[in-house]
Write a protein that binds this ligand. Structure first.
Ligand SMILES: Cc1cc2nc3c(=O)[nH]c(=O)nc-3n(C[C@H](O)[C@H](O)[C@H](O)COP(=O)(O)OP(=O)(O)OC[C@H]3O[C@@H](n4cnc5c(N)ncnc54)[C@H](O)[C@@H]3O)c2cc1C
Length: 416
């Protein structure tokens, strides 16, 4: 067992754990990060064809943390978001310029964001970073947590004042702490990729709900992508997943066109796709003695509103802010953990309700519900205050906004 006591031990070096390590850089805290994947493995494999929509607040954070400069091209701006449902009337168009902003956020390829974070991690001097290091057990020590880590055919024990579970949906930290999690299988499978259309994207994002789940296009006009390239998602019932995974490009394009419609013109070509099973997993609590859960370990959401990483990044930033404020004190104190849980409560509850509610409501084929949905979409479209609330969520200014997420513009999104 090592005698050194770290202030913070982050378990899981995915998007959220790595972001937390960056946010704690220069804090004076002794931080360790353990990641189960072997060294030099990409944080997100190249086969993952997802385009991630990052809210304006998240872009502010990633810029301030020195991550964005490692991207091969700047994020493609999302200037307008059009929301509709197949078979219902009514739609909503949100425009960033109505709120005095250039964009709601930007779009990056998931592997590129992983690589940028990895590059930034490599620049951090004080970080004790172990790859190929898997947490296998966690227990309470004397004023610490003790973590057994399987690393290079040996088991080492690390001690820390605070253990952070950023180890994803099947979190070992969560399980070791005895924190229960509620899971829900949406029985949907999502295919992500990129598509070229006959009409230019010009900052336009589309979210179209169907009874089988959402179909969406995100602008990818940045760097090597021509103006009419979009990131796309197409959700199908889980029972159809194998059939759709086996489709050739022509059949997949036809499926996407049939499900999405013609608002972006003809779909001309589609790139490689990756398939993702959709489920929700929500931890009953965020904290335990000297431990806290962040990101997917705390809440794994339906990706319908593109909220998962954006929310996890706000988790990480909030914890970093609180930890940086501890002067010669105990970063794993109950006081800090209570403050964390309080600060995250509103944003977490609202974002989970939004993503789950939207996923269930929009895939319900009931005709009376369809009428209600149409009226609701019409009402949201017509009510500036509701549109402003949606716009605020899309930009990531929700609940207690961490300082690094602010860019000098007002945090609250005013009614246009
Ligand atoms: C189809 C799809 C589209 C999405 N689109 C968006 C979007 O547009 N915008 C958005 O904000 N979010 C989006 N998300 C959500 C986003 O991808 C996740 O919220 C985010 O990746 C979660 O990151 P994480 O670091 O919490 O977890 P993970 O990415 O799961 O990382 C966990 C890490 O912990 C490591 N680990 C696991 N167990 C151990 C252990 N025992 N010891 C050590 N290490 C361990 C793993 O190897 C992994 O590296 C999408 C999700 C899906 C499925």
């Amino acid at each position: 067992m090592e005698n050194r006591i770290h202030d913070v031990l982050i378990v899981g070096g995915g998007l959220v754990g790595a972001s937390l390590a960056c946010a704690l850089d220069g804090s004076g805290l002794d931080v360790a990060l353990v990641e189960a994947e072997p060294p030099r493995m990409p944080m997100i494999p190249a086969a993952d064809a997802r385009s991630l929509a990052l809210a304006a607040a998240s872009l502010n954070v990633l810029e301030a943390l020195g991550v964005l400069r490692h991207l091969p091209a700047p994020p493609a701006p999302i200037r307008r978001i059009h929301v509709s449902r197949r078979g219902d009337f009514g739609s909503v168009l949100l425009r960033a310029d109505e709120y005095g902003r250039d964009a709601f956020g930007g779009v990056v390829a998931a592997p590129a964001l992983g690589a940028a974070l990895q590059a930034r991690l490599g620049e951090l001097h004080g970080l004790h970073h172990l790859s190929g290091a898997k947490l296998v057990a966690l227990r309470e020590g004397d004023g610490t947590r003790e973590a057994d880590i399987q690393h290079a055919d040996a088991c080492v024990t690390l001690k820390a004042r605070l253990v952070v579970g950023a180890d994803g949906t099947g979190s070992c930290v969560r399980e070791s702490l005895g924190i229960a999690a509620t899971t829900h299988d949406y029985t949907q499978h999502l295919f992500a990729g990129s598509v070229r259309a006959s009409r230019p994207s010009d900052g336009q994002a589309w979210e179209r709900f169907t009874e089988h789940g959402p179909v969406a296009l995100l602008p990818r006009t940045s760097g090597p992508h021509p103006a009419n390239t979009y990131g796309c998602i197409c959700t199908v019932p889980a029972a159809d997943a194998q059939r759709v995974a086996a489709m050739d490009d022509a059949d997949f394009l036809a499926l996407l066109q049939e499900r999405f419609g013609w608002r972006a013109g003809h779909f001309l070509a589609v790139g490689r796709r990756s398939g993702h099973r959709l489920r929700q997993c929500v931890a009953a609590r965020l904290t335990a003695s000297r431990a806290v859960l962040l990101g997917n370990a705390a809440q794994t959401l339906h990706p319908i509103g593109a909220q998962g990483f954006n929310l996890g990044l706000r988790d990480a930033l909030t914890l970093a802010e609180l930890a940086r404020d501890v002067r010669d004190g105990d970063v794993g104190s109950d006081g800090l953990l209570d403050a964390y849980a309080r600060r995250r409560a509103a944003d977490r509850a609202e974002t989970m309700a939004f993503s789950d509610g939207l996923a269930r409501l929009t895939s319900n084929p009931s005709r009376p519900l369809g009428l209600l949905r149409s009226l609701a979409l019409g009402a949201v479209g017509a009510m500036p205050a509701w549109r402003a609330r949606l716009a605020g969520g899309a930009m990531g200014f929700r609940g207690h906004v961490p300082a690094l997420a602010c860019d000098g513009a007002p945090q609250a999104v005013a009614t246009p």
